[in-house]
Design a binder for this molecule. Sequence first.
Ligand code: PMT
Length: 399
Amino acid sequence: MKNLIDKKILYIICGGISAYKSLETIRLFKRNGAEIKTILTNSAKEFITPLSVASLSQGKVYSDLFSVENESEMDHIALSRWADVILIAPATANTISKLAQGTSDDLASTVVLASNKEIYLAPAMNVRMWEHQSTKQNLKKLINYGYKLIGPEIGEMACGEYGEGKMTEPDKIFYEINNYFLNLKKNKKLKALVTAGPTIEYIDPVRFITNKSSGKQGYEIAKSLFKKGFNTTLISGPTNLKIDNSIKLIEVETADEMLLETKKNLPADVAVFSAAVADFKINKKYEDKIKKQDSLNLNLKKNVDILSYVSSHNSMRPDLVIGFAAETDNIENNAEKKLNNKNCDWIIANDVSNKKIGFNSDFNEVTIHYSNKNKEKLSYKKKSQISDEIVDRIINQLN
Ligand code: PMT
């Protein structure tokens, strides 16, 4: 069945002995209806000819960063925007190192640096190169940036040595990318709702109560859901963040507005409540700016708990309701209490006493508490990567 019709794959072939496997990989993609454009690095051309790649891919082979012909037809930015997925196979130690440093000195590295798409790497190198600390560090960086690894495998190498570093076979590479598109298609029918950022509660027209949430964690979750094909709505308190136009963004200020928009945007299949909603609001907001005075008592009242409201309403309850718990102490116990009291399926516990994670950081470390009493720690990494891992678990659960 041609299930990759309309799918666009930008295939970057680097210089390694396993470059010959790219021909079979291209054949598999073409047989399943995918459209392929290829980039050959200069060293790839030592192993495989542009002519054979062009014949099999039935498309143009790109190679030069500074080509008048390419610039007028499709420059490096257009090329990276054109693709649904970028596949780099074989990904050599040199290319991996360049990508980890953000180097852009040839067409392949420039296109990848300019990309906002899913990027798959199938590394291939000698076992010692694979095991070298610098390769490990470079890959760690790339995984943190969200790159997906396919392989490598253990086996006998072209150089005669044995170990890990062999490029994964074309059928497995094809399987991984085909699976990505299948999941995307399945998830397209699913709706996700995410709350993010702080809320602000006005005292008077110019003053308000708020908290330190930047919205970064929630925005990354919305991005990861969208990347995996979910029809995604993001309800956000005030932040400085931007998000892809394809994600439905609803901007609110107060907890009451967030509740109202949440209700309006249900039903959903999954809802993730990462917003740091103010627990209290001013009982009666001052109509005019409060004049200076020696002291002022503020009368606060409790805000409605949006998460509890949604998870306790049978008719509108999403299949999967996920809350966050921002805690400074007794993190595990408090998270468990919130899981039960707020009737959600998972609570993701966040230690916000640690300045390197939680509020406003680009990094996080969380523990997912499942309603079946299991727990799972997602160790310190970028919020984008934490989000990808959470979304992988959401997909497993919904499936
Ligand atoms: O925004 P960042 O700077 O990236 O920081 C991320 C974060 C630390 C804010 C985020 O990871 C996080 O932990 N969010 C939850 C913060 C919080 O308010 O936790 P809480 O323990 O007070 O609330 C528990 C849960 O109930 C949360 O899912 C919250 O969204 C929800 N809630 C709380 C109060 C309320 N009135 N309505 C709610 O829906």
